[in-house]
Design a protein around this ligand. Sequence first.
Ligand code: IPE
Ligand code: IPE
Ligand code: MG
Length: 254
Amino acid sequence: MIKRLWALLGKSSKKPSNPKVFEKVPEHVAIIMDGNGRWAKTRGLPRTAGHHSGMKAVKRITMAADKLGIKYLTLYAFSTENWTRPKDEVDFLMKLPQQFIEIELDELIANNVQVRMMGHKEKLPAHTISPLEEAIVKTANNTGLVLNFALNYGSRKEMLEAVKDIASDVSRGELAIDEIDEKLMASRLHTSGMPDPDLLIRTSGELRLSNFMMWQLAYSELWFTDVYWPAFTEEHFHEAIHEYQRRVRRYGGL
Ligand code: IPE
Ligand code: IPE
Ligand code: MG
């Protein structure tokens, strides 16, 4: 732990006034990895080059999160709305999980990382989902960082499915209406068993949620940067963590 804190101090350009803030490492960080296309465009490259480079940022930030002792890292990789993009781009994006797993799985295992996935599996092609499922099985007993990919994920769809699921339990007489509370709802979401994100990061300057974790982010701290995802470094990540550590979370209290 002390080593991690020093590593963080060493890499940071700004030292926080209160060293105690290093005790507040967020348990769960969620990231809307945005700006791949614009990153590529500014370099005169095709959008797919941005996605390829974005994959390297995934590796970089996963390792950075692991070093800091963050327990859960949820990455928004593909939304339920992203299917509306041109077929070539969707096809390219659907190949990335396999590439990522092929290149990185050994190192993820060596670092005790546990891979998970949330989202709607039914629409994903086999070449996208199978390698991920294999990685999930191979890393299921790892006890380090949980690397949770949101793939074909949409918060409204997630909540609708949870509501239908609950309604069908009620209609079968297995659940009483009075038993429906926040805890039950949370247990029917894809994040069941995980704590809510403490910190949400969105890159690329967009200030919106784009259908991401709308239940779970109710009390998360939000941090935005203009930096495009492929250009997002460990230093940028530390900047976000430092800012989080300076925030006072009141949860409606005083
Ligand atoms: C994020 O980058 C990756 C996905 C949404 C899959 P974008 O592809 O949205 O890049 P911009 O926002 O168009 O620059
Ligand atoms: C959100 O980014 C989805 C992911 C990062 C996977 P988008 O680029 O799809 O979001 P909008 O369209 O700008 O809201
Ligand atoms: Mg975008």
